[in-house]
Design a protein around this ligand. Structure first.
Ligand SMILES: NC(=O)c1ccc[n+]([C@@H]2O[C@H](COP(=O)([O-])OP(=O)(O)OC[C@H]3O[C@@H](n4cnc5c(N)ncnc54)[C@H](OP(=O)(O)O)[C@@H]3O)[C@@H](O)[C@H]2O)c1
Length: 335
């Protein structure tokens, strides 16, 4: 175990893209666990679009990270020293932590990892910590898709979107994904089994949606907001559902973001538009983990981790979420 702890601290609120001086990597001493705490070594850091939200002082679903505090993150690690009766050295834990090599945990924020047989720790962490439950509850609880319906998902080659489309297929729906490159579109159709894909950067989205969704859209799982949401609004069927999962097209915005032009479609088509945060379903995580794990074992669900290396590259790697320069779940391996 090293004596030196590398810790990323938030130094500035980002304006637009996350600049180099928004966070700084410090060398600090490794903390000692007090009674009821354990010390763990971070092994994997989940890089999530919400990290950008936590850095800002915008209205949000939990307090922003305070300036000069360690950056908050979803982490997975190995216990090295414990003063909590339920945790011992060697336990693999995951939960809400910080961007630091070594950090203290308690059961309030960290739990022991569940890793089904045949699934690696990285895959289990990547799928079960946030992404899988988000896709599972967001799609199934909020939109209740029925066999034969058409489900459209944006950021479809990303972590959440790639799982949403596959669950839609498992439920007998037509799955249509939007993604930002031809390679991503090919991957979701040929590898993941989506019925159709749209490269939203190359195609006219409204026209492409008409082609890919000849019976209209019953469910639009929104990961991005903005122009794609507007284009989907226009083609929603009567009684359609829109789970609002994320608005990544707006996270780096500097000025006021315009509202959707096609908002009247909510009235005309009696749409249900509902936001959610996966933490709302924390009490039902075991249900999602069981279903997702079973689908994986049956070969019905594929999950791809896009892994990068090293604490020092955390910010550079995080930016990939906003440029789309990754496929599947973006993650950092840190020791
Ligand atoms: N509600 C919740 O509890 C919850 C939980 C987890 C995630 N989320 C949200 O779900 C969404 C996806 O998260 P994720 O972790 O799965 O990330 P991800 O999809 O793996 O990565 C983000 C993807 O968004 C796409 N993107 C970036 N900027 C865009 C833009 N301006 N317009 C359209 N697409 C853009 C990029 O793909 P392309 O190359 O295709 O552009 C990028 O790969 C995010 O909005 C996130 O905030 C919500």
């Amino acid at each position: 175990m090293s004596d030196v702890n590398q810790v990323w601290r938030l130094r500035k609120r980002p304006v637009g893209e996350i600049a180099d001086d928004v966070l700084s990597l410090e060398k600090e001493t490794v903390p000692e666990p007090a009674e009821g705490q354990f010390l763990f070594r971070m092994n994997y850091l989940s890089l999530d679009p919400t990290n950008r939200i936590w850095m800002s002082d915008m209205d949000q679903y939990m307090p922003p990270v305070a300036l000069n505090d360690p950056m908050r993150g979803v982490v997975c690690g190995t216990v090295v020293k414990s003063r909590h009766p339920d945790f011992a050295a060697g336990d693999v834990v995951s939960g809400l932590g910080v961007w630091a090599d070594y950090q203290l945990g308690t059961p309030a924020t960290m739990g022991k990892m569940q890793t089904p047989p045949g699934v690696s720790v990285a895959d289990a962490f990547g799928l079960f910590a946030v992404v899988g439950p988000t896709a599972y509850f967001g799609l199934l609880d909020l939109s209740e898709p029925k066999a034969g319906e058409t489900v459209v998902v944006s950021a479809a080659a990303g972590a959440v979107g790639s799982i949403v489309g596959q669950i839609a297929r498992i439920k007998g729906c037509r799955a249509v994904g939007l993604a930002g490159t031809n390679a991503k579109c090919k991957w979701i159709v040929e590898e993941l089994g989506f019925d159709a894909a749209i490269n939203y950067k190359k195609e006219n989205v409204a026209e492409a949606l008409k082609r890919a969704c000849p019976k209209g859209i019953d469910v639009y799982f929104d990961n991005v907001g903005g122009d794609i949401l507007d284009a989907c609004f226009k083609q929603m069927n009567l009684g359609g559902r829109i789970p609002t999962c994320g608005l990544i097209s707006q996270y780096n915005a500097t000025g006021e973001v315009p509202g959707p032009r096609n908002y009247p479609m909510i009235l005309m088509q009696r749409l249900k538009v509902q936001g959610f945060i996966v933490l709302d379903f924390a009490h039902r995580y075991p249900e999602a983990i069981m279903a997702l794990g079973q689908w994986m074992q049956e070969g019905k669900l594929k999950f791809k981790v896009d892994m990068y290396e090293g604490m020092e590259s955390a910010v550079k790697t995080l930016r990939r979420l906003y440029t789309g320069d990754h496929t599947g779940k973006l993650m950092l391996h840190v020791g």
